[in-house]
Design a protein around this ligand. Sequence first.
Ligand SMILES: Nc1nc2c(ncn2[C@@H]2O[C@H](COP(=O)(O)OP(=O)(O)OP(=O)(O)O)[C@@H](O)[C@H]2O)c(=O)[nH]1
Ligand SMILES: [Mg+2]
Length: 294
Amino acid sequence: MAHKSAFIAIVGSPNVGKSTLINHIVGAKVAIVSVKPQTTRNKIVGVVTGDEFQMVFLDTPGVHEPKNKLGEYMVKTAMDSARDVEAVLFMVDSKYGLGERDKGILERLVKGDVPIVGAVNKIDLVAKEASMALVAQMKEQGLAHVYPISAKTGEGVMALMTVLKDYLVDGPRYYPDDEYTDQPERAIAAEMIREKALNRLREEVPHGVGVTIEKVHHRTDKDIVEVGATIICERTSHKGMIIGKGGKMLRHIGMDARVDLEMLFGCQVFLKLFVKVADNWRDSRRVMKELGYE
Ligand SMILES: Nc1nc2c(ncn2[C@@H]2O[C@H](COP(=O)(O)OP(=O)(O)OP(=O)(O)O)[C@@H](O)[C@H]2O)c(=O)[nH]1
Ligand SMILES: [Mg+2]
C-alpha cells in the first residue's frame, strides 16, 4: 500500500480553539493557548504519524480586522496557509455562533477551491440543541461535513479525524516519525514565555508583547540550562506593568515559564528575563522580523 499524507489547515476567527485542537490532536503542546484573542501569530505545524500515513496540521492565527502590520501579517499567514493544502478545517465557537466575521472568512475560503470541513467547537459549553442548530446553519452555508467537537474534552474529535483521513493522498512522510512540530527549541521557549505573559497581563499590554531568546546555554558542569530572554513591549508604561511592583509581575511570569521550560529541556532551568520597550513595534517590520514575524 502506498504511503499517504495530507496537509490540513485549521482556520477561523480568533479564540475559537484552533490551537487547543492542534495540541489535542498531536498529543503534545505545539501551540500556546490563552483566553485572549489573537494568541497565535505564526503558522504552526503539528504532525500526526501513523503506520502508513502522515497528517500535517497547520494551526494559524485567528482571522480578524488588522489594526497594525503585525495583524496584517497574521491574517495573511492564516489565509495563505489555507492554500496548497488537502483540506481546510474551518472552526467556529458554539458559544458565539456563526457571526459576520466567520461568514466573511468562510466566503474567502470557498474561493480558494480547497475542500472545507466545518468544526463547531466548545460544545461542552452549550446545550446539545444549540450546537446541533449551529451545525445545521453551517451546512446551510454549503459545507457538506460539519462536526460538533470539544477541543478541550476531546468529544467528537475522533469522528472528525476519521473524516479528515479521507483527504489523505499518495504522498511521502514530510517529517521524521518522532517529530511532531517544525519549531526549533528556541521558538518554543519564546512562545512558552509569551503564553505566561498573556495569562498574567491585562488589557492592551499582552497584545503588544513579543519575546526573543538571547541565550540557551547547556552547562557542562551540571544538568542545567541557562535561558536568557527579553520581553519586548510597546510603551514605557507597559514595561512598568510587566515588571510590576518590586519586580513581582516579572517574577511570576518567570516562575510560570520555568515550569514549562524545564519540561521542554528536560532538566533544571535558570531563567533570566529582561524587558525592553520598542515603541509601537507592531508597525515596525524590523522588530517584527527580529521576533520571527516575517
Ligand atoms: N470550554 C472550552 N474551552 C475551549 C475549547 N477549546 C478552546 N477553549 C478555550 O478557548 C480559549 C482560546 O483557545 P485557543 O486554542 O487559544 O484559541 P485559538 O483559536 O487558537 O485563538 P487565536 O490563536 O487567538 O486565534 C482558551 O481559553 C481555551 O482554553 C473547548 O472545546 N471548550
Ligand atoms: Mg491559537
